[in-house]
Write a protein that binds this ligand. Structure first.
Ligand SMILES: Cc1cc2nc3c(=O)[nH]c(=O)nc-3n(C[C@H](O)[C@H](O)[C@H](O)COP(=O)(O)O)c2cc1C
Length: 373
């Protein structure tokens, strides 16, 4: 199951694991896949600490994921991160902040301790992502950088490629895949609507072959709804050079989530997700709960654009994460429909090996369908 992209990256299995957790990155890479650390929530200084830890815990390649959206409030303004944040903050109606605070208060989620105010403007603007890219390129083990929500700017693509690394971007449509290709990306990740986090409207089985055909011979990674080796076999059969997974790693042993958060994922079925703009301002798939329902009510404020809506909800993310056991009905739980198949807390290595075995069984099954004489 070695693909050309695996060869270029020096990995054994074509399994890419998106995660916010450094332990998962190292564990997946050590097991023969490749961990990709989502950096959007870190400052460059925090990312440096995470990367140092990963560098100390694996000798294998890994990746870094950034988020420079194609469209966001404040895009194109020549402001540094602090100026941009000030300008954006002034654009937020107080009613949005009051609505979010009331939802948490009604659900009984405690306030954060004094002095623990979370960052509101994350790395999802060009101004805030730039330092993350610089930091990503400091480790020799970082072999790829991926960008979500848009085509990376030309200078970012050049900087990553000039350093000898591969750069790719996620997409939910053929149009976006073609834009990534035209900009000179090395690969695209085609994510079907069933995937967790920001996601489009087209299902994986329809989207993957469309994107593969449209950008051929550019390598395509299949994402959205992959949780087992049969799905991996299907993706590779369609021409994908690997699978890019996210939800699968939220409840693994190495994931640094509160036990209550992991339990929420274990309890969920594939019916329990919804695409909602209520946390980040762009449609993202997550578990449906009292929070997502409240923002759909006719009297609710309309979610703001990115990155304004998250500036409203950053405090809620921090509070519901910290007090996960008291916040299960209003927490931010981005996850895809494959959550319905996550039924146990397993180590990453077991997940990877299980997928490889299931893949081999699926290929054997297909071969068995051939006439024998
Ligand atoms: C909790 C969570 C957060 C995510 N955040 C990001 C992100 O910051 N950047 C990104 O490129 N993709 C992000 N994604 C999407 C994943 O990279 C991946 O494409 C997606 O999870 C694949 O679908 P699956 O969840 O069905 O495996 C996120 C996914 C999840 C579940």
């Amino acid at each position: 199951m070695r693909t050309e992209l695996c060869e270029r990256l020096g990995i054994e299995f074509p399994i890419f694991a998106f995660t916010h957790c450094r332990d998962v990155v190292a564990a997946v890479s050590n097991a023969g896949g490749i961990g990709v650390l989502g950096a959007v929530g870190f400052t460059a200084e925090q990312l440096a600490i995470e990367m140092k830890w990963i560098d100390e815990h694996t000798d294998k390649p890994y990746g870094i994921d950034i988020v420079i959206p194609g469209k966001y409030e404040g895009k194109g303004e020549d402001l540094d991160a602090a100026e941009l944040e000030g300008k954006l903050r002034a654009m937020i109606p107080q009613g949005h902040r009051d609505f979010a605070r009331k939802l948490l208060a009604d659900a009984g989620v405690p306030e954060l301790p004094e002095g623990q105010k979370p960052r509101e403007l994350l790395g999802w603007t060009a101004a805030t992502a730039g330092p993350l890219v610089e930091q990503a390129l400091t480790s020799q083990k970082v072999k790829l950088v991926a960008n979500a929500l848009g085509t990376p700017p030309a200078d970012v693509i050049r900087e990553i490629q000039d350093s000898g690394r591969l750069v790719g971007a996620l997409c939910g449509s053929v149009k976006h895949a073609l834009a990534h290709q035209a900009a000179g990306c090395d690969f695209v990740v085609a994510q079907g609507t069933e995937g967790g986090g920001h996601t489009g409207e087209i299902g994986s089985v329809v989207l993957w072959p469309q994107v593969i055909d449209a950008v051929a011979p550019m390598p395509v990674l299949a994402a959205g709804g992959i949780g087992n080796g049969r799905q991996m076999a299907a993706a590779l059969a369609m021409g994908a050079q690997g699978v890019w997974t996210g939800s699968l790693w939220l409840a693994v042993e190495e994931a640094a989530a509160e036990p209550a958060e992991k339990q929420t994922y274990l309890d969920a079925t594939s019916h329990d997700t919804v695409r909602s703009r209520s946390w980040t301002g762009k449609p993202a798939r997550m578990l449906r709960n009292d929070w997502t329902e409240a923002w759909e009510r006719p009297d609710a404020p309309k979610p703001l654009g990115m990155p304004l809506q998250f500036m409203v909800t950053a405090e809620a993310v921090a509070r519901t994460h910290r007090y996960a056991d008291k916040a299960r009905r209003v927490a931010f739980n981005p996850v895809g429909q494959i959550v319905g198949e996550i039924k146990a807390v397993e180590p990453c290595r077991d997940v990877i090996y299980r997928m490889v075995e299931e893949y081999l069984d699926a290929v054997e099954h297909l071969n068995g369908l051939q006439p024998q004489d």
